[in-house]
Design a protein around this ligand. Structure first.
Ligand code: SIN
Length: 477
């Protein structure tokens, strides 16, 4: 099967589905057209839903171990196409090639993990008070799933949803971001090549995402909605899903504090921050958004950080040696520039700024004298800006860190074991990096609390998101 056609289309029931309504996928590095894609119509959406319903029935006859085998083949195919997938990702998303390659492997890691978990959806027997009654539970697939994924991780955010859904026996309709549909189509074609049933994983490309998603949210045939994206859109999707009481998983916005305590190993903290901040040019929901530094180590930290940031090279992701690719589009760059301007107006200072960059590229910036009230401290930056604020003691660091509505990831650096225990328990976040800036891992539960979402992805918890527990109460005569 050809991985990508000259023009691309939605992928419905194992085949390309073409319409005349086309739009361009742009390369954010040069704004050139990567490919023309067609936008799905109403008929395509209906076909996808009936295909997903058929596949769901078919999947009931496929054992968990067979589904596991299909996932293993999909994993192998993703890896054997890793260079092509990485180059495609750079073209439509912009991240540096080495990061894209890392993401292909991260994406494949979810498929591998859930190939192993597919055979472990255990039920249980429950000791009964009455010996003539047997109590047990079984786990069954939730049903047809609608997934909505973002542009910042065009492959990994998909496999992290589709692989557990398939492992559980669910069929999946995916609406990837309009900015990065090509990686999604390539992934679906590889899944079919691996032996996935035609309607088990379908990709719908649309220029009218709100209409498509609303339609599916109103359908009782779609039993689950899984979304990665902003908190604002997540709230809207939850309200759309309310009338049909869908199961939902929401991986929403973050506002990660990155706390550096006086006892921290400063070079290690700076290395951790470089990873937590600059991956994908700062466009990740787990990016360090507020860097909180204890006053006593501020000078040493800022000096070490400035040296590290000054080495960053901005430019086309296909050019070896570049560390920061472009932001995804003009409004993304304008938003980040607006946050810098408002921070300066509110009293922050620019400590370091790289040379101005053209197009969608953006030089890294270090802002100091940031305070918790500023807009930049209360907004997910999604760009290469390090926003630094000072604190005086542990109590104040926790007030600052927890004083926001989001609760996705948090990081802290300390060499004081008692402090590590206290702070890791006190931080109101779903994921904590302790002396570590890179926490994402297919085998660990990814997800947030408060306004950062519902549910967990990856790990053993990730499979349960696609399973219903059925309780059986059997009476013996
Ligand atoms: C995200 O930014 O949405 C996900 C980041 C990750 O999986 O590490």
């Amino acid at each position: 099967m050809q991985l990508l056609l000259e023009h691309e289309h939605s992928f419905i029931n194992g085949k390309s589905y073409q319409t005349d309504d086309t739009f361009s996928v742009l390369n954010p590095a040069n704004l050139g057209v990567v490919k023309e894609v067609s936008s799905v119509d109403e008929l395509g959406c209906e076909l996808a839903l009936s295909g997903a319903q058929c596949a769901l029935k078919q999947l009931r006859t496929v054992s968990a171990s067979l589904r596991s085998e299909v996932l293993k083949k999909w994993h192998a195919l993703i890896l054997s196409h890793e260079e092509m997938l990485a180059e495609l990702m750079v073209a439509e998303q912009g991240k540096p090639l080495h990061e894209a390659l890392g993401e292909v492997r991260y994406a494949a890691g979810f498929v591998e993990w859930f190939a192993q978990e597919a055979i472990r959806s255990y039920g249980e027997t429950i000791p009964s008070q009455n010996t003539s009654v047997q109590l047990s539970t079984i786990k069954q697939p939730v049903g047809v799933v609608l997934g909505i994924t973002p542009w910042n991780f065009p492959l990994a955010m998909i496999t992290r949803k589709v692989a557990p859904a398939y492992a559980a026996g669910c069929s999946f309709i995916l609406k990837p971001s309009e900015e990065t549909p090509l990686s999604a189509i390539a992934l679906a074609k590889l899944a079919i090549q691996a032996g996935m049933e035609a309607g088990a994983f379908q990709v719908l490309i649309t220029r009218q995402p709100a209409k498509l998603v609303e339609g599916y949210c109103q359908s009782a045939a779609v039993r689950k909605l899984t979304f990665t994206g902003s908190t604002k859109v997540g709230q809207l999707l939850l309200s759309h899903s309310a009338t049909t009481i869908k199961r939902t998983s929401m991986e929403l916005g973050g506002n990660a504090p990155f706390i550096v305590y006086g006892s921290a190993n400063i070079p290690a903290a700076v290395a951790g921050l470089m990873a937590a901040k600059f991956r994908n040019a700062g466009q990740t929901c787990v990016a360090a958004n507020r860097v909180l530094v204890e006053q006593e180590c501020m000078a040493e930290f800022i000096s070490c950080l400035t040296t590290a940031v000054a080495t960053l090279k901005v430019g086309d992701g296909m050019v070896a040696g570049n560390d920061l690719g472009p932001l995804i589009n003009e409004s993304a760059k304008a938003k980040v520039q607006g946050l810098i301007a408002s921070a300066l107006k509110q009293g922050a200072k620019i400590h370091y700024q790289g040379a101005e960059e053209a197009g969608l590229f953006m030089a890294p910036v270090i802002l100091t004298h940031v305070t918790p009230e500023m807009d930049i401290a209360n907004t997910e930056i999604f760009g290469p800006i390090v926003s630094v604020m000072a604190f005086f003691d542990e109590v104040q660091s926790l007030v600052f860190a927890n004083g926001v509505e989001e609760g996705l990831a948090a990081y802290f650096y300390s060499q004081d074991v008692s402090q590590i225990h206290r702070v890791s328990h006190a931080l109101e976040y779903g994921m904590i990096g302790i002396n570590e800036g890179m926490i994402s891992n297919p085998v660990a539960p990814f997800g947030g609390i408060k306004q950062s979402g519902l549910g967990r992805e990856g790990a053993k918890q990730g499979l349960d998101e696609y399973l219903e527990v059925k309780y059986l109460c059997q009476k013996f005569d």
